[in-house]
Design a binder for this molecule. Structure first.
Ligand code: HEC
Ligand code: HEC
Ligand code: HEC
Ligand code: HEC
Ligand code: HEC
Length: 657
C-alpha cells in the first residue's frame, strides 16, 4: 500500500514539524575563504557552476559544504544511500561512515525507527562544476531523491539564526528598493534588484485620479501589503493631489461607460473560481497581509485598463507578482465584468491639485527613483549610502514594517543586515537555487500546487468562492468525478527538462498539457529563465539538459509493443498518444504522451513508472513493477527498468518539434 504508507509517513513527520524545537529539512553549512554561512536545505543537493559563488554571502571559489540534521524513520527499514556528483563526499549516520565516497553506495543497512544523526560532508573538485545529489532506495521503493519530509533539524542554532536574519534583511532591502535612493556603491546582481517598478507612462489614462490621490497619500491604507512606502509625512493629501493632477493631465475627460451583461458577470465569477484567484485575492476591498483585495478595482482602473492589466500584468510592471493567465478576449470581458461588479462606489469629489507643483514634487520626492516615466528624471538622491545607514527607519519615507505584526521582525532584519558591512557584497551576487526557492514563496506557487504534502491556498480558501462555482461542476452522485488538482511540485527540479520548464514559465506552452483541467498554469514571464535554472540547481542538476542521444530503433520498437493495448501495458487506455485519443477514460485521464519524451527527464520517467502513487499520492495510474519486474516477460525477461527505458525511447520518437 505505497500511497497509504506515504500518507502515514507524512502524517508522522508533520507532528515533528510543528514541534517547538525542530523543523523539516537539514541545515547546510558552507565555508569559503574563512567566511561561514548556514541555511536550511530541503535535501542534500547542490549545483554550482565554475566561477560562481555557492552562497550570496560567500566568495566564489573553493568551498566546503556540510549538511547536518536528523534522518527520521517512522519504522525500521533497510536502506541503501547513493551519492552522485563531482568532487569528494561522504555520508555519516549516527557518527558512522555509511557512504565513503561518491559512486560508492552502502550495502543495504538496517536502521531502527526514530531519529538518527545525519551528516553529509562535501568538497567540490578544484575546477569545473560542483554537483552533489543524494538518493536512497528501500525494499519497497525504487531509488529516489530523499524527500525533505525525511529530514528534521533542531532550531537552536545561532549561526543558522543569524544567517536567516541576514537573508530576510537582504530580501527586504531588495523588495522595498532602499537602493533606489541609497545606492552607494552597490552593484546590483541579485535578480530582484533589477526588476522594474510600475511604469508611470500614461498612468493617468489607466488609473482614476481620485484613486491616485489616495494611493500616493498612503499606499498601505489602500493595500495593507503594499511595498511602496508613504512618501509624504506631512500634508500628504495635498501633495498627493498635486501629483495626481500632474499624472492625470492626459486622462480622458469623461469616464466611458462599461456595462457587462449579468450573464457575463456570472461567467466571470466561474472563471475566478476555476482559476484559483482566491488563493491570492479576497473579494472585499481591503485584502489582508497576504492576499490583495479586488473589491475596489472599479475605483482604481479606468475603462478598458483593467482588461489590459489582466491581459498582460507584466507589461506596465516588470516586477509584478501577479501571473499572466493568457486569457482569451471573451474571457477577459467576463472576468472584468465580474470584478467590476464587486463593489460599486461612486467615488469621492476630487481634490483639485496643481500640475506644476505636482511635477516638481514628483521629481523631488523620489517617485522617479522607483518608477519610470518618459522624459522625467528624479532630483532626489539620498546622501547616505546603503551600508552607512544606522537602521531601518528611513527619515524620508515611511515603510509599514511596524504596522503589520509579521513584519516587525522585518525592521530588525534590515537593521542587522545593514549593520554588517561585508553583507554589501551579497547584493552583488546571485545564486540561482536560492532565487528560485525565494520566488517559490513570494510568487505563491503553493496557491495552486502541493509540495511535500502541503495544502494549497486555493483549497484553503475555497469556501469563500463556493457560490461562484459553475453549476455543471457540482458533484454528480451517479458518476463521481475524481477531483485532481494541478500536479504536485515535490519533484519540481527533476521532472521537466529545464528548457521545457523555462517555456512553461514564459507562457509558451500551447495547447495546455491537461486540457480536461479548467485551471491553467499561469506564466511568470519576467522571472521565467531564473526560475527554470534555479529549480534545476536546487536538486543538484545543471540548468540545461545534455544533448539528446540519437534514437535506438530497436528499443523504440520494443517500447511501442510494451505500451500497446494488445499484449502490452495498455497505456493508451488512459493516455492519448499523438493524434489518438485515450481509449477508455473511466476515472481520469493522463496527459497525451506525444510530448512526454521532450518534457520529462529520463530520470523522472523512471521514478514515475516505478511507482506512480508514491510520486503522486492518489493517482489512478497503476504501479506496473514489483521487485523490479513487470508481469510481461516477452521483453527483457520482464526487467522493468529496461522495459520502461524502451517505452521512454518510444515516447521520444513521438515528439515532433
Ligand atoms: C499566485 C498569486 C496570484 C494569483 C493566483 C492571482 N493573482 Fe492577481 N495579483 C497577485 C498579486 C501579488 C497582485 C499585486 C500585483 C503587484 O502589485 O505587483 C495581483 C494583482 C491583481 C489585480 C490588480 C489589483 C490592483 O489593485 O491593481 C487584479 C485585478 C488581479 N490580480 C486579478 C486576478 C485574477 C482575476 C486572478 C485569477 C484569474 C488572479 N488575479 C490570480 C497575485 C495573484
Ligand atoms: C521605494 C520605491 C517607490 C517609490 C519611492 C515610489 N513608489 Fe510608487 N510604487 C512602488 C511599488 C513597488 C509599487 C507597486 C505596488 C506595491 O507593491 O506597493 C508602486 C505603485 C505605484 C502606483 C500604482 C501603479 C499601478 O499601476 O498599480 C502608482 C500610481 C505609484 N506607485 C506612484 C508613485 C508616486 C507618484 C510616487 C512619488 C510620490 C511613488 N510612486 C514613489 C514603489 C515606489
Ligand atoms: C525615495 C527615496 C528613499 C528610499 C526608497 C529610501 N530612503 Fe532612506 N532616506 C532617504 C533620504 C532622502 C534620507 C535623508 C538622509 C540622506 O539623504 O541620506 C533618508 C534617510 C534614511 C535614514 C536615516 C539616515 C541615517 O543617517 O542613518 C535611514 C536609516 C534610512 N533612510 C533607511 C532606509 C531604508 C532601510 C530604506 C529601505 C527600506 C530606505 N531608507 C529607502 C530616501 C530614501
Ligand atoms: C493559479 C494557479 C497556479 C499557480 C499560481 C502556479 N501554478 Fe503551476 N500549474 C497550474 C496548473 C493548473 C498546472 C497544470 C496545467 C496543465 O498541465 O494543463 C500547472 C503546471 C505546472 C508545472 C508543470 C507540471 C507538469 O507536471 O506538467 C510546473 C512545473 C508548475 N506548474 C510550476 C509552478 C511554479 C514553480 C509556480 C510558482 C512560480 C506555479 N506553478 C504557480 C497552476 C498554477
Ligand atoms: C488507469 C489509467 C492509466 C494507465 C493505464 C496509464 N496511465 Fe500514465 N498516467 C495516468 C494518470 C491519471 C497520470 C497523471 C495525470 C497527470 O499528470 O495529470 C499519468 C501520468 C503519466 C506520466 C507522467 C505524465 C506527465 O507527462 O506529466 C507518464 C510518463 C505516464 N503516465 C506514462 C504511462 C505509460 C507509459 C503507461 C503504460 C505503461 C501508462 N502511463 C498507463 C493514468 C494512466
Amino acid at each position: 500500500m505505497p500511497a497509504r504508507f506515504l500518507f502515514l509517513f507524512l502524517a508522522c513527520l508533520s507532528s515533528l514539524a510543528v514541534g517547538a524545537e525542530s523543523g523539516r529539512g537539514l541545515i547546510l553549512r558552507l565555508e569559503s575563504g574563512g567566511e561561514e554561512d548556514a541555511r536550511l536545505a530541503r535535501s542534500v543537493a547542490l549545483f554550482v557552476s565554475n566561477g560562481e559563488a555557492v552562497s550570496p554571502f560567500l566568495r566564489a571559489g573553493a568551498f566546503k559544504a556540510k549538511w547536518e540534521g536528523k534522518l527520521v524513520l517512522e519504522k525500521r527499514r533497510r536502506l541503501v544511500f547513493h551519492l552522485e556528483g563531482t568532487g569528494e563526499a561522504k555520508l555519516l549516520i549516527d557518527g558512522e561512515v555509511l557512504v565513503p565516497a561518491i559512486g560508492k553506495p552502502n550495502r543495504s543497512k538496517r536502521l531502527s525507527s526514530g531519529e538518527h544523526d545525519f551528516v553529509v560532508e562535501y568538497l567540490p573538485p578544484a575546477g569545473g562544476e560542483a554537483t552533489l545529489r543524494l538518493s536512497w532506495e528501500g525494499r519497497d521503493f525504487a531509488r529516489e531523491p530523499v524527500p525533505e519530509s525525511a529530514f528534521g533539524h533542531g532550531s537552536a542554532d545561532p549561526e543558522l539564526a543569524k544567517m536567516m536574519i541576514f537573508r530576510h534583511g537582504r530580501n527586504l532591502v531588495a523588495e522595498r528598493r532602499c537602493t533606489a535612493c541609497h545606492a552607494g556603491s552597490v552593484v546590483p546582481a541579485m535578480a530582484e534588484l533589477n526588476l522594474k517598478g510600475p511604469s508611470l507612462d500614461g498612468v493617468g489614462k489607466r488609473l482614476r485620479q481620485d484613486w491616485l490621490i489616495k494611493w500616493i497619500a498612503n499606499p498601505m491604507a489602500v493595500r495593507p501589503s503594499a511595498h511602496m512606502p508613504v512618501i509624504f509625512q506631512e500634508n500628504a493629501e495635498e501633495s498627493a493631489a498635486h501629483i495626481a493632477a500632474y499624472l492625470s493631465a492626459d486622462a480622458p475627460g469623461e469616464e466611458a461607460s462599461f456595462a457587462a451583461t449579468p450573464a457575463q458577470v456570472k461567467k466571470g465569477g466561474h472563471i475566478f473560481h476555476e482559476q484559483g484567484c482566491i488563493a491570492c485575492h479576497t473579494l472585499d476591498r481591503k485584502g489582508d497581509a497576504d492576499r490583495i483585495g479586488l473589491g475596489g478595482v472599479r475605483m482604481k482602473y479606468r475603462h478598458g485598463a483593467l482588461k489590459d492589466f489582466l491581459r498582460d500584468p507584466a507589461k506596465v510592471h516588470q516586477g509584478t507578482r501577479m501571473p499572466t493567465f493568457k486569457f482569451k478576449e471573451e474571457e477577459l470581458t467576463k472576468l472584468t465584468g465580474f470584478l467590476r461588479s464587486l463593489v460599486n462606489d461612486p467615488g469621492e469629489a476630487i481634490a483639485v491639485g496643481d500640475f506644476k507643483k505636482g511635477r516638481a514634487l514628483a521629481k523631488s520626492s523620489g517617485c522617479f527613483n522607483c518608477h519610470e516615466r518618459k522624459d522625467e528624471k528624479s532630483d532626489l538622491q539620498a546622501k547616505t549610502p546603503l551600508f552607512s545607514l544606522k537602521g531601518a527607519d528611513c527619515s524620508s519615507v515611511r515603510y509599514g514594517f511596524a504596522d503589520l505584526g509579521e513584519q516587525k521582525s522585518g525592521r530588525e532584519a534590515i537593521e542587522k543586515f545593514l549593520a554588517e558591512k561585508t553583507n554589501q557584497r551579497s547584493l552583488a551576487r546571485s545564486v540561482a537555487a536560492e532565487f528560485a526557492e525565494r520566488q517559490y514563496k513570494i510568487l505563491r506557487c503553493t496557491a495552486c500546487h502541493t509540495r511535500d504534502g502541503e495544502e494549497t491556498f486555493r483549497d484553503q480558501f475555497a469556501p469563500e468562492v463556493a457560490h461562484l462555482q459553475r453549476p455543471e461542476a457540482a458533484p454528480d452522485e451517479e458518476k463521481p468525478a475524481i477531483k485532481v488538482g494541478p500536479p504536485p511540485l515535490t519533484h519540481l527540479g527533476l521532472k521537466l527538462r529545464p528548457e521545457w520548464r523555462g517555456k512553461l514559465f514564459a507562457g509558451e506552452i500551447d495547447p495546455k498539457i491537461r486540457p480536461w483541467m479548467a485551471a491553467k498554469m499561469p506564466a511568470f514571464p519576467s522571472r521565467a529563465e531564473g526560475l527554470a535554472i534555479g529549480f534545476s540547481h536546487s536538486v543538484g542538476k545543471s540548468g540545461s539538459s545534455p544533448a539528446l542521444a540519437a534514437l535506438d530503433p530497436a528499443k523504440v520498437k520494443i517500447g511501442q509493443a510494451m505500451s500497446s493495448v494488445q499484449g502490452g501495458l495498455a497505456c493508451a487506455t488512459c493516455h492519448g498518444i499523438a493524434d489518438n485519443p485515450p481509449i477508455a477514460v473511466f476515472e481520469g485521464e493522463g496527459p497525451n504522451l506525444r510530448d512526454a519524451g521532450a518534457r520529462l527527464s529520463r530520470e523522472y520517467f523512471h521514478l514515475w513508472m516505478s511507482d506512480p502513487p508514491r510520486v503522486w499520492p492518489g493517482t489512478i495510474m497503476p504501479k506496473y513493477a514489483s521487485d523490479g519486474k513487470t508481469p510481461f516477460t516477452q521483453h527483457y525477461e520482464g526487467d522493468a527498468t529496461k522495459q520502461f527505458d524502451a517505452i521512454f525511447e518510444y515516447l521520444r520518437s513521438l515528439f515532433q518539434p
